[in-house]
Design a protein around this ligand. Structure first.
Ligand code: ISL
Ligand code: CA
Length: 537
């Protein structure tokens, strides 16, 4: 049986603005990525997910696209892009692009036209409604602003935006809009890209009539904008029009997906190949990500076990550009020893599961959250808006604590290439501060140290790439009630690999169930030390 390429390899996510600057303007760019291709090859990854590189006014750092077929000037030119793609392919590395089509920038030509008059041919490319008695058409809250609607004087109507007011939602009910998007996707496919990561793709369809959410004030109402029945029509049409016949991979950022509805997008219907679910990412927030609750190992085990059994093939990840750094979040930075061991433990626990791993840049060297000193150091619209809103109700301290722990800027500080002041990222002034811990956490030093997190990631990727058990084996949760250990078994054709990870800061006795010939042994001294790992076969 032949498996598709995207089940055979490990993905690496690049956030271009913070990966490598090549011209000293403090902003990462395409030529910077080109200069690091040998590093990616050395790491052993087989595909890259590139966050948006399209022309954008950068209100949401590239997730507000002004022109889908042009490269952002700060990142370089289309020639640079072509060279990047060629450079990846010549190293056997595939490239998937970010597809952001739930919304565009308000500076996109479509929206400029759309807002100009009610009878403009582009009017129906977006979602316009009359107000209700001078107020918003409904009570929906947005991800980034209190209301999901903004009023536009020119035509005396309101437009919907589930994100910032500069990210108007596209109207997927309009077939002309849909076919423009398909043409654009095919244009990129014809250039040779290998697929797309589809931004908030589960939100494309909105409930007919845009009903009010239940509650007072502005109400966040995913029941009316996520996983609506029409979503499946759009995804099937997209597949037929753009990629059913291609050797590509499309992964959806399916916000609000559940184990119950997941197979409606990735099951036999095959609308998408893979999906990102956020149950693990959401587990340390109560109701909202800004209300922190401690990591609960039992809950983690249940989430992983449920997902491993719910769908045939999972995405495996600990973070991305929207999440804090995993070692700060679920590991420990109490000492260097614990940071290093917990980073390795977390990688083992996640990436030996059944599915396709996605490593976020900097994770492979154990980068940590950034100690932001004050608001002036923030760059993310989500955090900046949250703080401004919280200030109105005297909840500034709550918001600031939330941002320190969960703010998206934590993952967006520049990649740490070496121990110099600017971390080898730039020669100029970086667009966002560089973590001073680049002195000890950086690619250059870790590449030379065989016990480093970086070399551990490299070995883990190699182990996975060469093991049919790890790639194709079944998953079985072990020791479900153990309060400290997360353990599982992977089985394939009479072969078994056992993975046992100590998620706690206390030592744990090694259960006999996980004994075997050791493949990975970390923090094992008769017992499993805090964050210790044992993998055996
Ligand atoms: O980070 C989040 C807010 O707490 C997530 O809810 C995030 O907004 C959501 O997963 C959607 O993310 C994607 O679309 C956004 C963009 O800001 C994110 O960077 C992107 O990954 C709008 O395009
Ligand atoms: Ca630059």
């Amino acid at each position: 049986m032949a498996y598709p390429w995207w089940k055979e390899c490990v993905f690496y996510q690049i956030y271009p603005r913070s990966f490598q600057d090549s011209n000293g303007d403090g902003i990462g760019d395409l030529r910077g990525i080109i200069s690091r291709l040998d590093y990616l090859q050395w790491l052993g990854i087989g595909a890259v997910w590139l966050c948006p590189v399209y022309d954008s006014p950068n209100v949401d750092i590239g997730y507000d696209i002004r022109n889908y077929e042009a490269i952002m000037a700060e990142f370089g030119t289309m020639e640079d892009f072509d060279e990047l793609l060629k450079g990846l392919h010549s190293r056997g590395i595939r490239l998937i692009m970010d597809l952001v089509v739930n919304h565009s920038s308000d500076e996109h030509a479509w929206f400029v036209e759309s807002r100009s008059s009610k009878d403009n041919p582009y009017r129906d490319y977006y979602i316009w409604r009359d107000g209700k008695d001078g107020y918003e058409p409904n009570n929906w809250a947005s991800f980034f602003t209190p209301s999901a609607w903004s009023y536009d004087e020119t035509t005396d109507q309101w437009y919907l935006h589930l994100f910032s007011e500069k990210q108007p939602d596209l109207n997927w009910e309009n077939p002309r809009l849909r076919h423009e998007v398909y043409d654009m996707m095919n244009w990129w496919f014809d250039k040779g890209v290998d697929g797309f990561r589809m931004d908030v793709i589960s939100l494309l369809a909105k409930a007919p009539g845009l009903p009010d959410g239940q509650g007072d004030g502005y109400v966040f109402s995913p029941e009316y904008f996520a996983f609506q029945p029409k979503l499946h029509d759009y995804l099937r049409e997209m597949r037929e029009q753009c990629f059913a016949w291609r050797n590509c991979m499309c992964v959806g950022e399916t916000s609000f997906v559940t184990t119950e509805n997941a197979n409606s997008v990735v099951g036999d219907g095959r609308e998408l190949d893979l999906l990102f679910q956020f149950d693990v990412m959401d587990m340390d927030g109560e109701g909202s990500k800004w209300n922190p609750i401690p990591f609960d190992l039992m809950r983690f085990k249940k989430i992983i076990n449920d997902w491993q059994h719910a769908i045939d093939w999972n995405t495996l990840f600990w973070g991305n550009h929207d999440q804090p750094r995993v070692v700060s979040r679920f590991g420990s930075t109490a000492s260097e020893e614990l940071r290093i061991r917990s980073a390795k433990m977390l990688a083992t626990a996640m990436y030996l599961l059944r599915g396709t791993p996605f490593i976020y840049q900097g994770e492979e060297i154990g980068m940590t959250n950034y100690p932001f000193a004050d608001e002036s150091e923030l760059r993310d619209v989500e955090s900046i808006n949250l703080l401004a809103e919280a200030r109105k109700t005297g909840r500034e301290v709550w918001a600031w604590n939330g941002i320190m722990a969960k703010g998206r800027d934590n993952a967006r500080t520049p990649m740490q290439w070496n121990s110099s002041e600017k971390a080898g990222f730039t020669t100029g002034t970086p667009w966002i501060d560089i973590n001073p811990n680049c002195r000890r956490i950086n690619v250059h030093d870790e590449a030379a140290d065989l016990d480093s997190i970086l070399n551990f990631y490299r070995d883990l990727i190699e182990l996975r790439n060469n093991s049919d058990v790890l790639k194709y084996g079944d998953f079985e949760l072990m020791l479900p009630d153990h309060p400290q250990l997360f353990a599982y078994k992977r089985c394939y054709k009479n072969k078994t690999i056992l993975v046992c990870c100590n998620f706690s800061t206390e030592s744990a006795a090694i259960p006999q169930e996980v004994a075997g010939r050791n493949i990975i042994e970390l923090g094992v001294e008769n017992t499993l030390l805090p964050f210790g790992v044992l993998v055996s076969e």
